[in-house]
Design a protein around this ligand. Structure first.
Ligand code: ADP
Ligand code: TRP
Length: 329
């Protein structure tokens, strides 16, 4: 088996990936594939808490797979797989549930947010136990690091808690404690309304959309109402914040100069941002469009990924079942 440390992460197939997903998780995760053994997956069990349409579920898993491939995931050395192709993850979820206090889960951000919205009675149990399934995802692969955006740090901390509890109850190092890996510069990408870019806010920039649609999203970015002539503050503007993520330092300095000088409107800035995004992402868009509906090819990649991770899963499951006295010896 490989001596390299293992990097693991997952992403839910709940919509087309956006710039926040790409910069916050997908790109950093793919970059780690040379140094680490990379295991990445489409979290369809997690998506089931909200996606109740089987056709959409399959399509979004394919699109996510195509996304990773378009951006350079190399299936000959890294695994990209479907979470539900490893059903043992639900078995470990149960085992972890039995060492996890309700109090821990009540502190999870997503659950607390749902309660704050007054949805206590409507949310399904999957939403409440979401962090346990995520812990299982991480622990079942003996993961060393978990590349994610900053909103997932809490979940990785909870994973460590659950692993420690399990190891404590059964008195041994059965589960490996993982660490989150967050890139500071891209920890939280803003959306078109200035809040965190998120599918649930509908404030997305989706870089692989056709140019026309991408331009429309850029033009939607909220700004203040300063006229074209007035000088503007580049440090409080979402257009500049997004431009900084894709443009060179010289290009950013030029835009900042234009802002301060006046005579440069937000429309100009948005057009420049669009052109930069379009130029940066069009080669990837071509690759993505060429494979995103090729289900046969994508199923092959997913099957290869699942086969690659399976021996690790079998080893860990034997260990934890033995630790807890489950099954035959
Ligand atoms: P969404 O909030 O749109 O539903 P997900 O929760 O599916 O996104 O996030 C998938 C991955 O992308 C996670 O690792 C998450 O941290 C990262 N991510 C999502 N939105 C952003 C963002 N705005 N900035 C940085 N990373 C993000
Ligand atoms: N909860 C993550 C998100 O919303 C997705 C996810 C599921 C995940 N399982 C994981 C991320 C395991 C990292 C490791 O984005």
């Amino acid at each position: 088996m490989s001596k390299r440390k293992r990097s693991l992460s997952g992403i839910k197939p709940t919509g087309e990936p956006h710039l926040g997903n790409y910069l916050g998780m997908i790109q950093p995760a793919i970059e780690l594939q040379d140094e680490y053994e990379a295991f990445y997956f489409a979290a369809d069990y997690h998506a089931l808490t909200s996606v109740k349409d089987p056709v959409k579920m399959r399509r979004l898993v394919y699109h996510l797979t195509a996304y990773f491939l378009a951006f350079g995931l190399d299936p000959s050395k890294s695994a990209f797989f479907r979470q539900s192709d490893i059903p043992e993850v639900t078995e470990l979820t149960w085992m972890l549930s039995c060492v996890t206090h309700m109090g821990l889960l009540e502190r999870a951000h997503a659950y607390k947010a749902a309660i704050d919205r007054g949805e206590e009675k409507e949310i399904n149990h999957g939403v409440f136990s979401y962090p346990v399934l995520m812990a299982s995802d991480i622990l079942i692969y003996d993961s060393d690091i978990v590349p994610v955006g900053s909103d997932q740090i809490q979940h990785v901390e909870m994973t460590r808690d659950m692993a420690q509890k399990f190891n404590g109850f059964f008195d041994g190092d059965f589960l490996k404690l993982p660490e989150s890996r967050v890139r500071k510069e891209v920890a939280t990408i803003p959306g078109t309304d200035g809040r965190k870019m998120s599918k649930s806010y509908g404030n997305l920039i989706e870089p692989l959309l056709p140019s026309k649609k991408l331009r429309k999203q850029c033009m939607k970015i909220d700004t203040d109402s300063k006229s074209l002539e007035e000088p503007k503050d580049p440090d409080t503007c979402t257009v500049v914040a997004l431009y900084r993520l894709v443009a060179t330092p010289d290009e950013v300095a030029e835009m900042e100069k234009n802002y301060r000088a006046g005579g440069y409107g937000y429309g100009h800035a948005k057009q420049e941002l669009f052109e930069k995004l379009d130029a940066t992402f069009s080669p990837y868009r071509e690759k993505y469009d060429a494979i995103k509906d090729d289900s046969e090819y994508l199923e092959g990649v997913l099957a290869q990924g699942a086969a690659r991770v399976r021996p690790v899963v079998e080893g860990v499951m034997e260990r934890v079942r033995g630790a807890a006295g489950l099954g035959r010896t």
